[in-house]
Ligand binder design. Structure first.
Ligand SMILES: [Zn+2]
Length: 125
């Protein structure tokens, strides 16, 4: 049995999704991918200044998971800054508040509660 998919709750999509060092031609640029849930963890902890247990509660994850997300996010940021890599913000096991995630194809769906209960238009689940 695969583990049930438990998305990390994110309050809003990041406004900026790509950063690159100046003076490095695109073909030579390596990318680091920071996930949407990692950005949310950084935002809650470092911008909203919440305690870790509060961040964990907001994102609907265990505190140990939140800790791992933060460590991973900071490693990626540091790598991008120190080694001059581009930073792409993309993907991750997240759901925007109020979204339904299809358990099979992982498509994100918005809408009211009734619309979210309907079968997935992508795969029918
Ligand atoms: Zn689906």
């Amino acid at each position: 049995m695969p583990r049930p998919f438990k998305p990390r709750r994110v309050s809003e999509m990041p406004r900026y999704t790509y950063f690159k060092p100046t003076g490095v031609p695109m073909p030579l640029l390596e990318e680091v991918v920071l996930t949407i849930d990692e950005v949310e963890a950084l935002r809650l902890k470092d911008i909203e200044k919440l305690e870790q247990h509060e961040c964990a509660k907001r994102m609907n994850v265990a505190q140990s998971t939140l800790q791992r997300i933060l460590v991973s996010a900071r490693e990626k940021l540091t790598l991008a800054i120190i080694e001059g890599k581009a930073l792409r913000i993309h993907g991750g096991p997240y759901a925007i508040s109020g979204e339904r995630i299809c358990p099979r194809c992982r498509r994100h769906r918005r809408g009211n509660e009734e619309q979210r209960r309907e079968d997935c238009p992508e795969c029918g689940v």
